[in-house]
Ligand binder design. Structure first.
Ligand code: HEC
Length: 131
């Protein structure tokens, strides 16, 4: 009986660490984060540094699509901000303003993935009457 309990306990530890691994992979490499809901995609990938409507480690990003004249450059920025900072004055100024905090690159996010995240963030701002 005790042996069975030990086996069961061991099995659940294995299961829990396996599940945690999946989450880590999902978060770190940016693959198909949108298999989850838009809110989860935001929370998993961006939520550690961005709040939908308040400044945190990074600026609040609601309405950001209207701040960038070049939409493709904005997508490129989310995939690799450091690359865009080299050539774009606005991105460079933002980097300096935010104490040169490096934003994590998300090379695997598609334009559509990024729009889904921005739509979620804008939706939160609309709920609060900010947009
Ligand atoms: C490690 C922290 C971190 C994570 C994770 C992060 N960001 Fe950022 N982000 C920043 C910081 C800091 C800035 C300010 C610019 C800088 O320091 O380079 C920024 C700037 C931005 C900007 C420009 C805002 C503006 O006003 O023009 C956008 C857009 C953005 N992030 C989107 C995202 C998205 C989308 C995600 C998730 C897929 C994400 N960020 C994840 C830290 C982060």
């Amino acid at each position: 009986m005790a042996f069975k309990l030990i086996i069961a306990a061991f099995a659940s530890i294995v299961l829990v660490s396996y599940t945690m691994d999946i989450n880590t992979v999902k978060k770190m490499d940016g693959t198909s984060p949108l298999q989850s809901t838009p809110k989860e995609a935001f929370m998993l990938n961006c939520g550690t540094c961005h709040h939908p409507t308040r400044d945190l480690t990074g600026p609040s990003i609601y309405g950001v699509r209207s701040r960038w004249k070049d939409r493709n450059l904005l997508y490129k920025y989310v995939r690799n901000s450091q690359e865009v900072i080299k050539t774009n004055a606005y991105a460079k100024a933002l980097f300096i303003k935010w104490n040169k905090t490096v934003m994590t690159p998300f090379p695997k996010l598609t334009n559509k993935d990024i729009d889904v995240i921005f739509d979620y963030v804008d939706g939160e701002a609309k709920k609060k009457g900010l947009l």
